[in-house]
Design a protein around this ligand. Structure first.
Ligand code: UD1
Length: 425
């Protein structure tokens, strides 16, 4: 883990320009474990260069896979996969490592995966992953901090109703159900675009899945799958973050190589604030120049609602708009560690339960702040862009998990965000 920091100098000019959006980290994290379902070499393209991709590669390597790649392509060779375990050292650093549970038990009949533990913004349980796998006939035993899943012969198709929408549990069950014996029905499944991307990839492997894009997925299990090939969709959260940059600096940003439909809820928020939003086939431009912007009320919800992953960047943005805005996070009630840091920059934000009141329009002053998670770090950079004086953001290894070439992209938009290495600091 590097202890790099970001230095954001005194008040930057409004962002102005165009950035290309990378492949979606969360889609790749779901697709990489899919390779475990087949014997051979699977390929994934449009893979971002990110720390999380390396962590998932390390998990697959421990299992026995060989992984290589260049030019945003990954090849995963599963022919040596025989060590059916994901250790605590990796799962604790990235929860999505837990996705190997479903495919391993489905294909090999047993595996051992460390419990993920909590994270900076709450307990983040995995009960639905486990109950869902049990509904498909897996025996689950938790011992010494590890989940052991076993089944005799193949998993058995079953029906599982998700009491709440869960992206991760939908991924794990979908992966497992493709190789189960008979039909599985996943009710109230998550419909995030990353799930559709995974479904397409699994279909490329020979999986039989109906209901793509709906809350009911019907999977006819097959005896075996062949290696997959497919392209990752664009990262809607990265796109939303740069567009927040346009708004907070009262500039103009065009994001390209993305799917506008995936961020409609976000674009509606920008329109409601008072920005101009132009939408093309694979691009979006948000123009906040010379606009008088209005405060708003936003609630995070499962897709197609406003994503919790943009809650922190939006909060930083709303703090720049005169008047009182409200943000309620209904997905993660404790995902507010960024508030204390935004306040260090001079923002006025009050938290009551899972609702933050942002008393916007206060002028910000640069300070030393600390990133507590991936999206919180993006929020701090955005606020740093409009703060008077220098802002130094530490622990940006969080940001490196989810934003490829962040400083270069910011530079393309006209902002100076410099990385300071400890030995140079
Ligand atoms: C994924 C995303 C994350 C995003 C989140 C919500 C990845 C790698 N991560 O996380 O960036 O913020 O979706 O869009 O794709 N829950 C349970 N029991 C479970 C599982 C989840 O109670 O077994 C709850 C969670 O605590 C949360 C809600 O369900 O309140 C939604 O979580 P979920 O969709 O599972 O989030 P992740 O898959 O962990």
């Amino acid at each position: 883990m590097t202890m790099d920091k970001f230095l954001v100098p005194a008040v930057a000019k409004p962002l102005d320009g165009e950035v290309e959006i990378a492949g979606a980290k969360n889609a790749v994290l779901a697709i990489m474990p899919a390779a475990l379902l087949a014997d051979g070499i699977s390929e994934i393209s449009n893979v971002p260069h990110l720390k999380d991709m390396k962590t998932m590669s390390d998990v697959l390597r421990i299992i026995g896979c060989r992984i290589d790649g260049e030019n945003h392509k990954l090849r995963i060779d599963t022919r040596g996969a025989n060590h059916l375990e994901a250790p605590y050292e990796l799962v604790k650093t990235m929860r999505a490592s837990f996705y190997v549970l479903g495919p391993l038990v489905a294909r090999f009949g047993r595996c051992r995966v460390s419990l993920p533990g909590g994270c900076a913004w709450g307990p983040r349980p995995i009960d639905l992953h486990l109950k869902g796998l049990e509904a498909l006939g897996a025996k689950i035993n938790i011992t010494h901090g590890y989940v052991e899943a076993t089944c005799e012969g193949r998993l058995k198709g079953g029906t599982f109703h998700f009491p709440i929408s869960s992206v991760g549990a939908t991924v794990n069950l979908l992966l497992a159900a493709t190789l189960a014996e008979g039909e599985s029905i996943l009710q109230n499944a998550a419909i995030e675009p990353e799930i559709d991307n995974l479904v397409d990839y699994l279909i490329s492997m020979g999986a039989k899945i109906q209901g793509r894009g709906t809350r009911t997925l019907i999977i006819q299990g097959v005896e075996s799958l062949t290696p997959g090939k497919g392209e990752t969709i664009a990262d809607r959260i990265e796109a939303g973050t740069f567009l927040c940059g346009a708004v907070i600096t009262r500039g103009r940003v065009k994001v390209t190589h993305m799917v506008p439909e995936h961020i409609m809820s976000v674009l509606n928020v920008f329109k409601e604030i008072g920005c101009d939003v132009a939408i093309g086939d694979s691009w979006v431009e948000v123009d906040a120049r010379n606009k008088s912007l209005k405060p708003i009320s936003v609630t995070t919800l499962p897709y197609p609602g406003f994503p919790t992953d943009l809650q922190a960047p939006l909060m930083a943005t709303l703090a720049s708009i005169e008047g009182n805005s409200l943000i309620q996070d209904t997905i993660y009630h404790d995902r507010f560690t960024h508030i204390a840091e935004l306040k260090r920059l001079g923002a006025d934000i009050q938290l009551n339960g899972n609702t933050a009141t942002i008393i916007g329009g206060k002028s910000l002053e640069g300070a030393d702040v600390m990133a507590s998670d991936l999206r919180a770090s993006a929020a701090l950079v955005l606020s740093g862009l409009i703060a008077e004086g220098e802002t130094t953001i530490s622990r940006i290894y969080h940001l490196d998990r989810g934003y490829e070439d962040f400083e270069a992209k910011m530079a393309k938009l006209g902002a100076t965000v410099s990385r300071i290495r400890p030995e140079l600091a």
